[in-house]
Design a protein around this ligand. Structure first.
Ligand SMILES: [Cu+2]
Length: 112
């Protein structure tokens, strides 16, 4: 009887975590950096990337992850996304935003 209760408890906990909302990862794009510039995710774990650009319009382009969006100034953009393979995927700003634009980028590390 006790064991059965434990099993049911574990099952309920597992179902609860499966239903949990994806983690929201906030990334700020400002002249001329992404903060943070390095993000670590896991294969199969859904997340929401929330991108904001407080100053001017920016871009977020991660071709290896098939993610691309413009980030209008002051308007957060949310990208729901589940990594499907491990690796290191670079992203850059692809909207010209000034004299440091060319160096503006980061990396998404996806762990197996
Ligand atoms: Cu830029």
């Amino acid at each position: 009887m006790k064991r059965r209760t434990l099993l049911l408890g574990a099952l309920a906990a597992a179902m609860g975590s499966a239903r949990a909302e994806p983690e929201v990862i906030r990334i700020v794009a400002r002249k001329f950096v992404f903060e943070p510039a390095e993000i670590t995710l896991r294969v199969g774990v859904p997340v929401i990337l929330e991108l904001t650009a407080p100053e001017v319009a920016m871009g977020f382009d991660a071709p290896g992850l098939k993610l691309n969006t413009e980030i209008p100034p002051g308007k957060p953009v949310r990208l729901a996304f589940t990594p499907d393979r491990p690796g290191e995927f670079e992203f850059v700003c692809d909207v010209f935003c000034g004299s440091g634009h060319e160096d503006m980028g980061g990396v998404v590390k996806v762990l197996p």
